[in-house]
Design a protein around this ligand. Structure first.
Ligand SMILES: NC(=O)c1ccc[n+]([C@@H]2O[C@H](COP(=O)([O-])OP(=O)(O)OC[C@H]3O[C@@H](n4cnc5c(N)ncnc54)[C@H](O)[C@@H]3O)[C@@H](O)[C@H]2O)c1
Length: 278
């Protein structure tokens, strides 16, 4: 896969860059000498983060295609190019599937899945038109590789983001593109995701979701890292052209468990014999 070893002078957009992992990615890209635009829906946090990081703020709702197109226009007007796009904005409230309302589904799919689709749809042609290509990083989650209870809507989006990135990576490689793509699958990162409902649109009134701050859970299996650590993982993935950017390689057992279940299902089915043709 294509990689961008030298990030100095590159123009990078980070959605959800006003907080948490996005802010960590923005900080690490700044440290590499990139020009960074942070795009976020939370106006006050956006301007505070931009001032702190020395980044350019653009108020953006990633669930709205026109808003993401306006972000691209503003970036191109300001810098003349875009080289790196981190589709990172996201929300993480939880509920059992049976308690999810259609408004919950609309909000979560709008931000966590359509947000990434809008980013790719808008920026892929722009990156492809660069002589040196560029790089896209889509933020998924460990919940895009293994689906735990209470994260039905979340995992639906994150599995989608992983699948979309895997397909795009193969298509770009097949055309020898200079554009690379990575999917970030973080484990537990200390951020404001436990307060996601601060950004719930007012018109989506039927609420089944709950904000659950898993930092209050002292589960010893969680290994908390900081947003800057996650940002460093992203920078490494861009520089080396890694498809999977992983903050918790020590959590592979969870993914292996799922893979074993699938392998077992194939074996049981194979032992039962092929379906009888009708
Ligand atoms: N924190 C974790 O442990 C963890 C683990 C796995 C994946 N993730 C993913 O990391 C990404 C960042 O989350 P975080 O943990 O940093 O949370 P966070 O709440 O600290 O940051 C998310 C940012 O996205 C912004 N945002 C929300 N809706 C938006 C919209 N419609 N348009 C534009 N911006 C919007 C928020 O204002 C916020 O600044 C998300 O995609 C999340 O699913 C987080």
């Amino acid at each position: 896969m294509s990689a961008l070893a030298d990030l100095n002078g590159k123009v990078a957009i980070v959605t959800g860059g006003a907080s948490g992992i996005g802010k960590g990615i923005a900080r690490q890209l700044k440290a590499e000498g990139s020009h960074v635009i942070i795009a976020d829906i939370e106006e006050r946090a956006l301007h505070e983060a931009a001032a702190e990081l020395g980044a350019t703020p653009v108020l953006t709702d990633v669930s709205d295609a026109a808003s993401v197109e306006a972000l691209a226009k503003e970036a191109l007007n300001a810098f003349g190019a875009v080289d790196i796009v981190c589709n990172n904005a996201g929300i993480g409230p939880m509920a059992p599937v049976a308690e999810l309302t259609l408004d919950d589904w609309k909000w979560m799919l709008g931000v966590n899945l359509w947000g990434v689709i809008h980013g790719i749809h808008t920026f892929l042609p722009i990156l492809k038109s660069n002589p040196d290509g560029g790089h896209i990083v889509n933020t998924a989650s460990m919940a895009g590789l293994d689906a735990p209870p209470n994260l039905g809507a979340y995992a639906t989006c994150k599995f989608g983001v992983v699948g979309l990135t895997e397909v795009l990576a193969q298509e770009l490689a097949a055309e020898n593109s200079k554009v690379g793509v990575s999917v970030l699958c973080p484990g537990t990162v200390r951020t404001n995701i436990g307060r996601s409902s601060r950004n719930r649109p007012a018109h989506l009134t039927d609420v089944g979701f709950q904000d659950i701050d898993i930092e209050l859970d002292d589960n010893p299996a969680y290994r908390w890292i900081g947003p800057d650590d996650a940002g460093a993982v992203v920078v490494r993935a861009i520089q080396h052209g890694y498809l999977y950017a992983l903050t918790h390689p020590d959590w592979y057992d969870r993914v292996a468990r799922r893979h074993h279940l699938i392998a077992d299902a194939f074996r049981v089915q194979a032992e039962a014999g092929p379906p009888t043709p009708r």
